[in-house]
Ligand binder design. Structure first.
Ligand code: HEC
Length: 230
């Protein structure tokens, strides 16, 4: 009986010792002793197969990709292409988005008064431009810039012109001289109009010098230039 108890006790102690040891071993496997408590001893990268087979992905890439210096070659290619992109038209002018037409202030600022005076020949068959001069087929136009529309004494204006109202501002003259019939439908000024904005600006700038009633020239609009100065 005594031997039996001894054996059982021995087995129990042995089992306890074994389980204690194995627990200790197991936790030792989980937590590395070297890296301090809490550090995972098992590192996923150690001998796990890679999730993505990089080699097979690279096989699908163009052969040159991934070679040393590839980045530099790509940048060089972009530079090269920029040089070859169409930057000029067949006529040799630079390619740019359709620029908005210059504003009247800008046109007037660069307009040449002498040119305007010369262009007045287009008008002198119908208009006199001297101070106190006569009305002809059209009214006398001395000091017309800033003058009331259809207000020159002694001239029989059309009902259309009388209905045009206001005074001859730079803008109003600019629009009228482009196409009188379109701007003032029914006008009796049978003149096709001046297609070129520069010509209109030049004539108007000269007209403003006749008399003292003309308002100051409109200021050119400041246009923001892009980095290329275009
Ligand atoms: C074929 C003749 C003819 C020519 C050329 C002509 N005009 Fe006229 N113009 C007229 C007549 C006619 C009127 C009156 C219009 C009306 O009453 O409808 C007029 C009116 C005007 C008016 C309005 C005057 C006011 O008192 O309200 C202006 C401004 C004007 N002309 C400018 C010009 C300019 C600038 C030119 C030259 C680029 C020109 N015209 C060429 C016949 C002409």
């Amino acid at each position: 009986m005594n031997r039996m108890r001894l054996l059982v006790t021995g087995l129990c102690v042995g089992a306890a010792a074994v389980s204690a040891w194995s627990l200790n071993w197991f936790s030792g496997q989980l937590y590395s002793q070297d890296d301090g408590p809490g550090a995972l001893a098992y590192r996923p990268t150690d001998d796990m197969p890679p999730r993505v087979d990089l080699a097979s992905v690279q096989r699908d890439w163009p052969a040159s990709l991934g070679e040393a210096g590839e980045g530099k070659r790509l940048i060089a290619y972009r530079h090269d292409m920029q040089g070859k992109m169409p930057t000029s038209t067949a006529a040799g002018g630079p390619v740019r988005a359709a620029a908005p037409p210059p504003d009247l202030g800008t046109l007037l600022a660069s307009a040449n008064v002498g040119e305007g005076k010369a262009k007045l020949q287009l008008c002198t068959s119908c208009h006199d431009f001297t101070q106190g001069g006569p009305n002809r087929i059209g009214p006398n136009l001395w000091g017309v810039v800033g003058r009331g529309v259809a207000t020159h004494p002694g001239f029989a204006y059309s009902p259309a012109m009388q209905a045009h109202r206001g005074s001859w501002t730079y803008d109003k003259l600019f629009a009228f001289l482009a196409s009188p019939a379109r701007d003032v439908p029914g006008t009796k000024m049978t003149f096709a109009g001046l297609r070129r904005p520069e010509d209109r600006a030049a004539i108007i700038k000269y007209l403003a010098t006749l008399g003292t009633g003309a308002p100051a020239l409109p200021q050119p609009k400041v246009v923001a230039l892009n980095a290329n100065g275009r």
